[in-house]
Design a protein around this ligand. Structure first.
Ligand code: 4AZ
Length: 603
């Protein structure tokens, strides 16, 4: 062996990221990948929900994920806010167009509208040079070692490989104008033989994934004890990767190995590989909504799952203490979190007190005062024929088949009612101002069986003055609750043997998937929900219509998941109760009652 060869080999071994692997080794790695299974023992390919993939969800799909604070959710898509819609307060930031903006949110909302102007630095703009990223020593223009240069500094620096993941690699490639991000967290390169790098001086970088410029990520300088490998990257180019039948196609057109879908990491760069997951790889956390998030995001103080379960039962959970670090750039992730904390909070779905339910709908138990503070009764010509759900302001949600828009004067809304023979204390009665029946309500098929009732305002006040009621939250996503989850129905409807019931009853039911099996041709999955019990012992019945099917999320917040609509008879297991799926009508409701009344989490 020649001396140069020996040196090269040594370098290669020493730096450990030269991608010289023989084919045999590569094949073996591929085999290993295929064999990896999830926690539940499901093969990886089975983790992906194919039907869900057809919806082409991405990081902008607010039925699956939360929007960024500089976006808002309209009709299922995160759209850019206008800068004035950002919360006030914060420090100025400088953008790549040389302009300063009053807050980070304002700069990001403008960037969202005009992606060519990116974040540059915090503070006002000074003629201080730019933050720059370059790929060095690569064999191709799309790969190499990642080199950064900070504004106002002449020295360039490298990044340590141990802080480098696909999240950071994607941001670096986006920064370098590779629209589809990174193909790999490593890239091949040739080190010039005469180059001496003091690798104990490499930087650590941490990105969240929303950044478009590496300058937005947090750089820290850690006192490295010994030699560290340097971060390199291969950016994604259209012709570099040919799809195989073992590859996953991202919504943005990128192809990634199937084994990387549902692993918690945003390999696609648009998150489309993490949003349709029946389960996740070991190192990821599975949100009930079918989304995989990195395990590090669990109990980190920020809710990632729309269903909220990543931030519950976190007592005693402590993060690994950070090494002593020196932050070199502004912490824009902390700023993003601060902006999020400024949004108004909706108060819905949380009872003022938790009264004890007296143990005792078809097969239900009687409710006590305060048990169902959102439940109302709709009285028509002296009789209670339907229920309704208070959702805030002066608004009641009910079934279209319960009301007629032209007969406003006929109805009364009875609030805090328990028993309509022996009236309880605290009952409030309101007249009706307006009834809005869904334009596409079909009385034959029961499609769009949903209506809104606006109560008349209190005579002297300009509101509805309902001290004892609590609105139920309106679900904004059909993924908040899943088949088999336990929910509650309540109402003054008939008993099993069609006997009249005079007091509010409730019962626990489970959401049922595949309800078309019970009602072929009559059940419309996107618009309707089924719920019941295995033996049919608990069910809604005549008189319960328009009333609530409520479900509680991981934080014990109650949502009106369904409106009692129809069903073949009552209490028969082969014919479960059918409910209008409220989440499907979020935009319709929000259009009529006003966004701010029912919008939580910036949706
Ligand atoms: C009704 O007639 C009705 N078992 C409501 C719910 C169900 C059946 C009938 C569901 O209002």
């Amino acid at each position: 062996m020649k001396l140069t060869q020996v040196i090269l080999l040594f370098l290669c071994f020493y730096l450990s990221f030269c991608k010289v692997k023989d084919q045999k080794q590569k094949n073996q790695e591929e085999m290993e990948k295929v064999k990896v299974t999830s926690t539940s023992g499901t093969p990886q390919e089975d983790l992906v929900d194919k039907k869900c993939l057809r919806e082409k969800y991405t990081h902008l799909s607010c039925q699956k994920v939360f929007c960024q604070p500089w976006q808002r959710c309209i009709e299922g898509t995160c759209i850019c806010k206008l800068p004035y819609q950002c919360p006030k307060g914060g420090a100025p930031v400088c953008s790549t167009n040389g302009k300063s903006y009053p807050t980070y949110c304002q700069q990001k909302s403008l960037e969202c509208l005009h992606p060519e102007t990116k974040f540059l630095s915090n503070g006002t703009c000074t003629a201080n040079g730019q933050f720059e990223v370059t790929l060095k020593y690569g064999k191709k223009y799309s790969e190499g070692i990642v080199e950064v240069k900070f504004a106002g500094q002449n020295k360039t620096m490298f990044i340590c490989n141990d802080s480098w993941s696909i999240t950071e690699a994607n941001v670096a490639c986006l920064d370098l104008e590779f629209q589809q991000g990174a193909n790999d967290t490593q890239g091949s390169f040739h080190f010039p033989e005469d180059l001496h790098i003091n690798s104990t001086e490499c930087l650590h970088v941490h990105c969240q994934g929303f950044e478009s410029h590496l300058a937005e990520c947090t750089f820290t300088k850690r006192k490295a004890k010994n030699y560290q490998a340097l971060a390199s990257v291969t950016c994604y180019t259209q012709n570099a990767v040919s799809p195989t039948n073992n590859s996953f196609q991202c919504v943005n057109g990128k192809h990634i190995p199937q084994s990387k879908a549902c692993n918690g990491d945003d390999d696609c760069g648009d998150q489309s590989d993490e949003l349709c997951c029946k389960g996740c790889h070991d190192k990821a956390f599975h949100c009930k909504s079918g989304v995989c998030i990195p395990k590090q995001h669990v109990c980190n103080g920020e809710v990632d799952c729309i269903t909220g379960e990543d931030e519950v039962h976190c007592e005693g959970f402590s993060h690994v203490a950070q090494e002593e670090t020196e932050i070199l750039t502004a912490n824009m992730d902390a700023e993003r979190r601060r902006i999020k904390s400024l949004f108004p909070k909706l108060s819905c779905g949380v009872k003022k007190s938790t009264p004890t339910r007296r143990k005792r709908v078809v097969g239900g138990k009687p409710a006590g005062p305060g048990d169902f503070p959102w439940q109302v009764a709709i009285r028509e010509d002296g009789k209670i024929n339907c229920g309704g759900i208070y959702i805030g302001g002066c608004w009641i949600l009910t079934a279209a088949h319960c009301v007629r828009a032209s007969k406003v004067h006929r109805y009364q809304i009875w609030i805090s009612l328990i028993d309509w023979i022996t009236y309880n204390a605290g009952i409030v009665v309101r007249m009706v101002n307006k009834i809005i029946v869904h334009e596409k309500y079909n009385g034959t098929t029961y499609q769009n069986d949903i209506a809104l009732i606006e109560m008349k305002k209190h005579a002297s006040k300009n509101n509805c003055m309902l001290p004892t009621t609590v609105p139920a939250c309106v679900p904004w996503s059909p993924y908040l609750f899943q088949p088999n989850e336990k929910c509650i129905i309540s109402g003054w409807g008939r008993d099993r043997d069609n006997a009249k019931v005079y007091s509010l009853h409730w019962g626990e039911v489970r959401l049922i998937g595949n309800c078309s099996n019970f009602y072929p041709g009559r059940f419309f999955e996107k618009e309707m929900e089924c719920a019941g019990t295995d033996d049919g012992s608990i069910d809604a019945c005549k008189g319960d219509s328009g009333g609530p099917l409520v479900c509680m999320d991981a934080n014990n917040v109650t949502y009106v998941w369904g409106v009692v609509s129809w069903g073949e008879n009552c209490g028969r297991p082969e014919f479960p109760g059918v409910y209008t799926k409220v989440a499907h009508y979020f935009d319709w409701i929000s259009y009529h009652v006003g966004r701010s009344l029912i919008s939580q989490h910036n949706v």
